[in-house]
Design a protein around this ligand. Structure first.
Ligand code: FAD
Length: 433
């Protein structure tokens, strides 16, 4: 009998874990997702080549790429418009896999479809959430479930062989394992996010990060123009300290991804922001709407695994949205977990092995993101040349810029040399149950 594995949360981490476990020889997997259906919520995100490699190994890359853009270049700009650096990305940077810019909704939809096709429609249960759990003396979890309205009609508690908490930054599983941890800590910054339909000629073909330590803009296309649809979907995320925003006191810091705000309430902060032909105000004016989100993360945990229960994705290591690591690392977690499950007969040992591999690296990345990761270059440029510059090499020498990028890539294990070795998570045929 193969074990029954219950996954709390059908986001990027949970759905990828279901696919990875199935591919590793575990067919008896159930994902319970609190939202009633998989809807295209959220905005864009970037997948680094190490995550794209794992999606390729799972056989979903073509479908993901069909609705994504290959990120070829990342540019950093000074607030004054000066170019701080431009880095080749993905295939152009020598990786065997591309970096992808994609709408989160498209990625989640492709993963959910693959789960239903491969594991059967009953494997993904919407509108049901994990409401609590107990750890039984033999290390197994007993999991309580409820409907969205809090009712428990028709639901019984479950005793799966393994529980995976993939339920995001405000994870119920994590809270049950770490009572008293409380809300995610907030760094005082607010992030506005959204997508806009923009004429492809005015969208830019690159991803850019612009601004300084007080105000920032990240903009990139997430769809390719086609003959039938000549415009491009452009993702944008703008960050500012809440104490500089007049009506910010009414903003919840709970980390609710779906809190809408009118674009007019913040557009004026970005008047005049234009970078090599891409006008941030023009992009914002073309948006249907916007969401506001407090910049929160999680304190690194000293333990993810308790017996036969563990955490993956944001539930394990939510970090600031810097360096394109949120979805990227949750996909790698999912594959690492399935690999460990296939190699270890005892599920508790498997979960401990998964944690042993992933937790130290993710803790380092969480800390690196608190120091702003590779985006520190825009702060350095502003600090050293607040009014702008003629030659960036006089402000941040090329070797210093290259060092910052390379050090961060090593921290996240997405440097080309490591990624191009191929996936370390392929399960040998001899280990398949
Ligand atoms: C609605 C939404 C929009 C987002 N938009 C963006 C974006 O635009 N850009 C970006 O970079 N990142 C976004 N993120 C975050 C990004 O998806 C994650 O950082 C990353 O992909 C890691 O994914 P995850 O699966 O660990 O967590 P999440 O993507 O947060 O997924 C967690 C899932 O668990 C479900 N869930 C929560 N509690 C329970 C429970 N008790 N029982 C069962 N299910 C539960 C949630 O509904 C959600 O589907 C968004 C997340 C969400 C939930």
């Amino acid at each position: 009998m193969t074990p029954h594995i219950l996954i709390a949360g059908g986001g990027i981490a949970g759905l990828t874990a279901a696919l990875a476990l199935h591919a590793a020889g575990f067919p008896h997997v159930t994902v319970v997702e609190a939202a009633p259906g998989i809807r295209p919520v959220g905005a864009g995100l970037n997948l680094m080549p190490n995550a794209v490699r794992e999606l390729d190994a799972l056989g979903v890359l073509d479908e993901v790429e069909a609705g994504a853009v290959r990120t070829r270049e990342l540019r950093y700009y000074h607030r004054s418009g000066g170019l701080i650096s431009r880095e080749a990305r993905g295939l152009r940077a020598g990786y065997r896999w591309p970096q992808l810019s994609v709408h989160r909704g498209h990625l989640q939809f492709v993963l959910a479809e693959a789960v239903r096709e491969r594991l059967g429609p009953a494997a993904l249960v919407g509108g049901v959430r994990v409401s609590g759990l107990d750890l039984l003396p033999d290390g197994r979890p007993r999991v309580r479930l409820e409907h969205r309205d809090g009712a428990t009609r028709g639901l019984t508690s479950l005793r799966p062989d393994v529980l995976i908490g993939a339920d995001g930054i405000r994870s119920t599983v994590r809270a049950a394992l770490n009572p008293g941890e409380g809300e995610p800590p907030w760094n005082g910054m607010l992030v506005w996010r959204g997508v806009s339909r923009v004429d492809a000629r005015r969208a830019g073909s690159f991803m850019f990060i612009a601004g300084d330590d007080r105000q920032k803009a990240v903009v990139y296309p997430v769809s390719e123009p086609t003959l039938r649809r000549p415009d491009t979907l452009v993702n944008w995320a703008l960050a500012m300290p809440a104490d500089r925003i007049a009506n910010a006191s009414s903003t919840s810091t709970r980390g609710d991804w779906n809190r809408p705000v009118p674009v007019d309430s913040f557009l004026h902060h970005y008047e005049g922001w234009e970078f090599d032909g891409v006008s941030v105000p023009d992009v914002l004016r073309a948006a249907d709407g916007a969401f506001v989100y407090p910049m929160v993360d999680r304190e690194p945990l000293t333990r993810w695994t308790h017996g036969r229960t563990t955490l993956i994705g944001d539930a394990a290591h939510a970090m600031y949205p810097i360096g394109s690591n949120g979805a990227t690392q949750s996909i790698v977690d999912a594959r690492a977990l399935a690999h460990a499950m296939a190699l270890h007969r005892d599920p508790a040992e498997a979960l401990a092995a998964y944690e042993g591999e992933r937790r130290p690296a993710m803790t380092e990345l969480q800390r690196a993101n608190r120091r702003l990761g590779p985006e520190i270059v825009i702060n350095l440029a502003h600090r050293r040349a607040p009014g702008g510059f003629t030659d960036i090499d006089d402000v941040i020498p090329p070797h210093e810029r290259a060092d910052i990028a390379a050090r961060y890539a090593l921290t996240g294990a997405f440097d080309p040399a490591t990624v191009n070795l191929g996936s370390p998570y392929e399960v040998p045929v001899s280990a398949l149950p």
